[in-house]
Design a protein around this ligand. Structure first.
Ligand code: FE
Length: 199
């Protein structure tokens, strides 16, 4: 069954002035759509190869599943992690867990921003169900620097297509503006869902 691109959960101009209508349009309609198409195409190749018993292009297609599938899922999370009514700080159980696992919200944020400043892809806040703790990850591309079994609950895309048109090389300004639109209610929902499953 093929994968489809969901519409954004808000209008293309809803996150202005932090993220422009132009960037969201390109980012969602062109870049994210490209990963959905790439995942579908790779899965078609895998199915054809299994039917034909010819696995010559299978290893390459498996690499494309990892790259495009991770790209698709992380963009989906990223769109839903933002809202025109976002900003502020986490509350409730998520805030308490950040305090417990990182020492303070400021400590978590400093570490997350360091990941976002240096990553060649994404900064992620993940829940690690093996050690039962929240962690930050610095991810290159969409899948390099992953921690197996971890569940991302907050994703920040720092590929150049995410900010360069709005901020040029000033990635730090983009990261600051991301915090003006973070939907902490959505992050808390993700956290509660995954904790319910694993704790
Ligand atoms: Fe992106």
């Amino acid at each position: 069954m093929s994968h489809e691109l969901d519409p954004l959960p808000y209008d293309y101009d809803a996150l202005e002035p932090h993220i422009s209508e132009q960037v969201l349009t390109w980012h969602h309609d062109t870049h994210h759509q490209g990963y959905v198409n790439g995942l579908n195409s790779a899965e078609e190749t895998l199915a054809e190869n299994r039917e034909e018993g010819d696995y010559g292009s299978t290893a390459s297609a498996l690499g494309n599943v990892s790259h495009n599938g991770s790209g698709h899922y992380l963009h989906h999370l990223f769109w839903n992690n933002m809202s025109p009514n976002g900003g502020g700080e986490p509350a409730g159980a998520l805030a308490a867990r950040i305090q417990e696992d990182f020492g303070s919200y400021e400590g978590w944020k400093g570490e997350f921003e360091a990941a976002a400043s240096a990553a060649g892809g994404w900064a992620l806040l993940v829940y690690d169900p093996v050690s039962k703790q929240l962690r930050n990850l610095k991810v290159d591309k969409h899948d390099q620097g992953a921690l197996w079994s971890a569940h991302p609950i907050l994703a920040l895309d720092v590929w150049e297509h995410s900010y360069y048109h709005d901020y040029g090389p000033a990635r730090g300004e983009f990261i600051e503006n991301f915090f003006e639109v973070v939907d902490w209610d959505d992050v808390a929902d993700n956290y509660e869902h995954v904790v319910e499953k694993f704790e």
